[in-house]
Design a binder for this molecule. Structure first.
Ligand SMILES: [Zn+2]
Length: 223
């Protein structure tokens, strides 16, 4: 993946002149072929010219899949109470169409429902002052950065209800605020999305809850 990004960038930036870059090919203990722009002992060096870049583009080695992919974590329902109803799922045609929200889920719930962290991490951004539709489509929100670098975002919260501060560490079940209907929201609901920072900005990534949205409250979690 790293090399793929590198080469894409090179294609864009190297336009009129000839591109030459040195890559190092090595094979790790598991037999996985690795290409890197860092030299390691025993690595085979070769130079890529611009015309060959596109050929290299196709047969790129598959990076080993990390054991702990973001998809592996199953999110507890981030609220207390319920059961509630999923009103818009991933790829929802109403508003889950752009890269930042494609895999978001909307759950209709009464305003004032306690919203809790579905995954531990550090609060990196909040908004708590927006009244009604306001200027920001997200309304009031809490953004939590998880330890794997992904971020969980809880949108449309009630004005003045956000109870965490930037820099604060939260664990699963930590109260974040109360649900609301602020920002670009057509009715009281929580919009919960998991995002990852990329070169192109924040993009949403698929996630799964660890039980059906319409399930009864999860008393094991205290909600
Ligand atoms: Zn939504």
């Amino acid at each position: 993946m790293f090399i793929r990004l590198l080469l894409c960038g090179a294609l864009v930036t190297a336009a009129p002149s000839t591109l030459a870059m040195t890559l190092y090919k090595s094979i790790d203990a598991n037999g996985v072929v690795i290409y890197s722009d860092w030299h390691t002992p025993g690595a085979q060096a070769f130079v890529i010219q611009q015309r060959s870049v596109e050929r290299v583009h196709r047969p790129l080695p598959q990076a080993p899949i990390p054991r702990d992919t973001p998809h592996a974590y199953r999110y507890p329902l981030p609220w207390r109470g319920g059961p509630f109803r999923l009103t818009q799922g991933p790829n929802g045609s109403f508003s889950h169409t752009d890269p930042r929200s494609r895999y978001a889920m909307d759950i209709a719930m009464p305003e004032g429902t306690p919203i809790i962290a579905a995954r531990g991490g550090v609060v990196v951004k909040t908004e708590n002052q927006q009244a009604g539709r306001g200027g920001d489509a997200s309304g009031n929100f809490v953004r939590v950065q998880h330890d794997d670098g992904t971020q969980g975002v809880y949108l449309h919260l009630r004005q003045g209800s956000v109870s965490v501060k930037v820099g604060q560490r939260v664990v699963v079940g930590s109260p974040l605020g109360l649900s609301g209907n602020t920002g670009n929201s057509s009715g009281p609901h929580l919009h919960f999305v998991v995002q990852r920072a990329t070169e192109a900005g924040l993009v949403s990534i698929p996630y799964e809850f660890n039980q059906p949205v319409g399930a009864l409250p999860n008393f094991a979690l205290g909600n």
